[in-house]
Design a protein around this ligand. Structure first.
Ligand SMILES: *Cc1c(COP(=O)(O)O)cnc(C)c1O
Length: 379
């Protein structure tokens, strides 16, 4: 099956008891057993729930994986992967990460004796150089957040294989519609399903997808033991959102193309980051490993201090000033004070998260209205 058919059908049989075409919201914590241990595959909803299972099977299909797991947030998904590590282990990761990932690495797991090494993942040889005997995990994002650097998943995958290190790709920014890391050598794909997968800014959820059953069993042990599980209502909403992922992503990419073309030569824009632009350093690689360039654009405002940047960010009428991304509505975010506020100033400025950087999540409204809004605000 191809992508759109999988998005609409994978994991979603008509309900066996009633014939309901849409997967019901199984709002139940527990399941009747005929005799102790004899059940229909569901025992207790911390571990398994039918609505969630439909979503997990659909996610697995979209990422060309075998096993999907849905979590109460992207961070809960990340946390479950990190539980595979032991004190003394090392992780090689990107220097341009989602702020919450940086925070859980440095403020939570570093306290348990795990070492995190931050490198420029757009150069696979930097990743290889940072590996030691103790490295157990490589964790990357591509495109990165917020400066949209592109990492070569296949090259890093080869490095991971060569040194027998687990390789995780946070695929939140691309979504499975644009890129499938498991096909390029990743062991686990992680998602904040809050973003493009659900796509309507009404659910917080995370996901992992993998092919190895042994790895799935290990992760599922922590999943069930720790309990970062989402409720069935949210699983239903995310499943509904997934059905239009391909339609939405096409529109996000097309609108981003038009918005980027408008901003690229705008006198108030000093710098623009969008992998679809030919002078973006990751453009050729993005063209190779992604099917399109995504809906995220970051810009650096010319001659704007923090106050002027705040003024610009507060004047939008169609874009909404808010954290998050990937919903049908356009959002603008000030990374330095919002999503990346938990990263120390010098660390974030080194990777381009300066005070006059704004990140746009280009929605699927009429592009003329988005461009008019940007034009008015920048004037
Ligand atoms: C939002 C986000 C996360 C965290 O996910 P939550 O659902 O907010 O917990 C992780 N990685 C990236 C790239 C994100 O954008």
């Amino acid at each position: 099956m191809k992508f759109a058919t999988k998005a609409i059908h994978a994991g979603q049989e008509a309900d066996p008891t009633t014939g309901a075409v849409m997967t019901p919201i199984y709002q139940t914590s527990t399941y009747k057993q005929a005799s102790p241990g004899e059940h229909k595959g569901f025992e207790y909803s911390r571990g398994t729930n039918p609505t969630r299972k439909a979503l997990e099977d659909c996610l697995a299909a979209l990422e060309n994986g075998k096993f999907g797991m849905a979590f109460s947030s992207g961070m809960a998904a990340t946390d479950t992967v990190l539980r595979l590590l032991k004190p003394g282990d090392e992780v090689v990761t990107g220097d341009d990460l989602y702020g919450g990932s940086y925070r859980i690495f440095t403020k939570v797991y570093a306290e348990y004796g795990i070492k995190f090494v931050f490198v420029n993942t757009s150069d696979a040889s930097e990743v290889e150089k940072a590996l030691t005997e103790k490295t157990k995990l490589i964790w990357i994002e591509t495109p990165t957040n917020p400066t949209l650097k592109i990492a070569d998943i296949a090259s890093i995958g080869r490095v991971a294989k060569k040194y027998d290190v687990l390789f995780v790709v946070d695929n939140t920014f691309a979504s499975p519609y644009l890129q499938n890391p498991l096909d390029l050598g990743a062991d686990i794909v992680m998602h904040s399903a809050t973003k493009y997968l659900n796509g309507h800014s009404d659910v917080v959820m995370g996901a992992l997808v993998m092919r190895s059953e042994a790895l799935y069993q290990k992760l599922w042990f922590y999943y069930n033991a720790v309990g970062g599980t989402p409720g069935p209502q949210d699983a239903f909403l995310a499943l509904r959102g997934l059905k239009t992922l391909h339609v939405r992503m096409k529109a996000h990419c097309e609108n981003a193309r038009l918005v980027a073309a408008f901003l690229k030569d705008h006198p108030k824009v000093e710098k623009i980051y969008w992998p679809g632009l030919v002078d973006h350093p990751g453009h050729d690689l993005a063209k190779k490993q992604m099917r399109d360039f995504g809906g995220m654009i970051s810009i650096v405002l010319r001659d704007a201090d923090l106050q002027e940047t705040f003024r610009v960010a507060s004047r939008f009428q169609v874009f909404t000033l808010a954290e998050s991304l990937g919903g049908v509505e356009s959002l603008v975010n000030h990374p330095a004070s919002m999503t990346h506020g938990s990263i120390p100033k010098d660390a974030r400025e080194k990777v381009g998260v300066v005070d006059n950087l704004l990140r746009l999540s280009v929605g699927i409204e009429d592009p003329e209205d988005l461009i008019a809004d940007l034009g008015r605000v920048l004037r």
